[in-house]
Design a protein around this ligand. Sequence first.
Ligand code: GCU
Length: 353
Amino acid sequence: MAKERCSFTDKKYHCAAVLCTVALLTCAAVVSCGPSAEKTQETEAVPEYVFTYSENQAEDYPTTRGAYKFAELVKERTNGRIQILVRAEGVMGDEQEVVEQLQYGGIDFVRASLGSVAEFVPELNVLQMPYLYVDSEHMWRVLESDIGQEFMGKLGNYGLVGLSWYDAGARSFYTAKKPIEKLEDVAGMKIRVQESTMMTEMIETMGGTGVPLSYDKVYSALETGEIDGAENNWPSYESMNHYEVAPYYTVDEHSRLPEVQMISQITWEKLPPEDQEILRQCARESAEYERQLWTRRSEDSERRVREAGCTVIELSAEERARFREAMMPLYEKYCSDYMDIVERIVEEGEQEK
Ligand code: GCU
């Protein structure tokens, strides 16, 4: 719009400014042609590739710090040839939008929740079935096994290349007016879920109404009463200030959805194998870093919301088993082609006990 309104005089000024800039740059290039300029060129190359990286969390959130670590490692290992510009706080769009952009190569990298990615890669629902994992160690053993690799590989059929898994803990319910203490309490409640068909059906199977909504809209939906509750991990509950408007947190840990760090297949194919290997290695290292940050942040967030006066409801093992039992129709619907894998995952968890 602003461009259309530009007058001829504006354009003249614009041309003059461009000419001046070119002249100044030429002078600078001539002046800097001494030995020190040569030295700079030796130590750091001019970027051959400048890539964008979308992240929807705050600057201090573990996944965002993981993204910066990734960008820093890649810059270091390619001697500045590959530069990655991290855009946090969802400025590039919500998760559905940025994953679509990734498929078209409009964005180069995205870190998104498995919940969002599974909407594009339906097979991934298997890894995020409610109450599938006993605990965090169980999930990580699965993700690091051939099962995790096989499912990561499935992204390739949808224009995406999976680079690494980041930690995102466990998701639990939180509500504004009335706590969830037993399965029957979900009946009649409107609970926000990610824009995921499976998650929406999870709430319906519990007797409530699932309301798919993007992450940035949850606070106001809770505040206005458009929804009665939502579900997420401790750091998101705290970082997005949801605890201010939904002070009852029920630790049922129904889902463990790792984060997925991805690159667009279009971008990937522009790169030679040596650079692809550097990206994979840096992604792995940044994931280790993120996992350490995650553990600390999760404890801090839990402490902060408890100190802020939130009511935390712990479910008994029997009640949690009732929630889990109620989810069986979902397993039949979403995992029928993968029952052998689900069984292997469950057995893996039983070995732990
Ligand atoms: C987590 C995850 C986000 C996601 C959000 C959600 O916070 O890190 O990437 O958008 O869940 O519930 O939408």
